[in-house]
Design a protein around this ligand. Structure first.
Ligand code: PTJ
Length: 260
């Protein structure tokens, strides 16, 4: 669909088109459309821009990845279709690999998502070669199949846009999980070590800029950032921001239509 540039919701419609197109290409699962709609609703609540608490969450996330022995970025259909080029940039600057790991997993779909990443410039994509497959016993659904060289052996995993089960299983395996989820109330958000309450569309490029600044910092400086971060407090701060914003709107800031 051609989106008129002067449409008041042009950017949101453009992003929606990416997801719809991704579904037609079998990159995005049908349920990915529903997940996206839920994300859009939460994005409205934070005002569709990055709040300062999200900058802190993104900074802690980048510091944790830079400190990891082995970090990995898990890729599903939604993130591949929304921002694969920025994701490849982030992986490059942080020197980590990307692993395709799908909830609605089919071998052909994994290959299509991997191809999308490859077209965006990714070199070493994990999660698509059966000879390296192993399973996470704690999980019953198809996300249990992971790559030995990636999620299975990593100590830090960035899982943008996630379902809660796997986060809990990964935590129980002793791994540290970073997620990007616009819903601060989701099980994923609550169970992660670091939750970034922001839209992946903004969070990923912002994390690239943060990585450029942090990558030359000392280990001590990075440790200080991570140790000062408390996910529970940070989620409370995110909820407070949303509730105060809604209060302000309810008490008078809500835009009034001006009909000439
Ligand atoms: O590609 P697959 O097969 O791995 O499937 C991916 C989906 C997303 C369908 C699967 O992981 C799923 O069902 O996820 P959930 O349980 O719907 O959770 C998705 C979460 O991401 C929800 O809490 C949404 O609010 C949030 N979300 C959606 N879009 C965005 C988002 N968070 C950040 N940025 C977004 N653009």
């Amino acid at each position: 669909m051609r989106i008129p540039k002067n449409h008041p919701r042009a950017e949101s419609l453009r992003v929606r088109e990416l997801i719809i197109e991704g579904m037609h290409q079998d990159i995005v699962a049908e349920a990915g459309l529903i997940a996206h709609g839920r994300g859009e609703a939460f994005d409205y609540l934070i005002g569709e821009k990055t709040p300062s608490f999200a900058i802190q969450q993104q900074t802690a996330a980048v510091a944790m990845i830079l400190l990891a022995k082995k970090a990995i970025i898990s890729v599903n259909g939604n993130i591949a279709s929304l921002c694969s080029e920025e994701l490849v940039k982030l992986a490059d600057i942080l020197s980590v690999n990307l692993e395709v790991n799908l909830f609605y997993r089919r071998e052909e779909r994994s290959a299509i998502v991997a191809k999308k990443l490859q077209e965006a410039g990714a070199k070493n994509i994990l999660g698509k070669d059966p000879e390296f497959y192993t399973t996470i016993e704690e999980l019953s659904h198809s996300r249990r199949v992971v790559d030995k060289r990636g999620i299975f052996s990593a100590d830090v995993i960035l899982v943008p846009l996630e379902d809660g089960d796997r986060t809990m299983a990964l935590r129980k395996m002793g791994k540290r999980v970073i997620t990007i989820d616009l819903n601060p109330l989701s099980r994923t958000s609550i169970w992660s070590n670091i939750t970034i309450v922001n839209n992946v569309i903004r969070a990923i490029p912002e994390m690239v800029s943060i990585a450029e600044k942090l990558r030359n910092k000392s280990k001590e400086d990075l440790l200080e950032i991570v140790e000062n971060f408390d996910n529970h407090k940070s989620l409370q701060e995110s909820l407070l921001y949303i509730s105060q914003r809604l209060n302000n709107l309810a008490e008078g800031e809500l835009e009034k239509p001006k009909v000439e």
